[in-house]
Design a binder for this molecule. Structure first.
Ligand code: FES
Length: 118
């Protein structure tokens, strides 16, 4: 497995992301979600849009008509091309968890964020 240094931990605070040009076309987006780092391929499985450049969103839930709640703030990425949403932690599409964007392991070594490629 290939290691790639993303940067220093303090350069990527919670709620931020960094897209790095490794791993093929589009690169890989590394996200800090509440202090834990996740990495997704920057290519939407729908039509190939730059998924990791989309808006960070909460998960919107509703258990009754005309009422919505928000949970898991900043854990959902919304593709800017056709608005499909994906769970940053798992890569799964919200509407169908069988559809996924590729994820990569991320670890911390000292003060550096390390991305592990296949
Ligand atoms: S390319 Fe991402 S939703 Fe269509």
């Amino acid at each position: 497995m290939q290691r790639h240094i993303v940067g220093k931990v303090d350069e990527l605070p919670p709620g931020e992301r960094k897209i790095i040009q490794v791993g093929g076309k589009g690169g890989i987006g590394v996200f800090n979600v509440d202090g834990t780092f996740y990495a997704l391929r920057n290519m939407c499985p729908h039509k190939g849009g730059p998924l990791c450049q989309g808006r960070l969103r909460p998960h919107v839930i509703s258990d009754e008509t005309y009422h919505v709640d928000f949970e898991r703030e900043g854990e959902i990425i919304k593709c800017s091309w056709h608005q499909w949403e994906f769970d940053i932690k798992t890569g799964a599409a919200l509407y169908d968890s069988r559809l996924r964007v590729k994820t990569y392991p991320v670890t911390i070594d000292g003060d550096e964020i390390i991305l592990h490629l296949d």
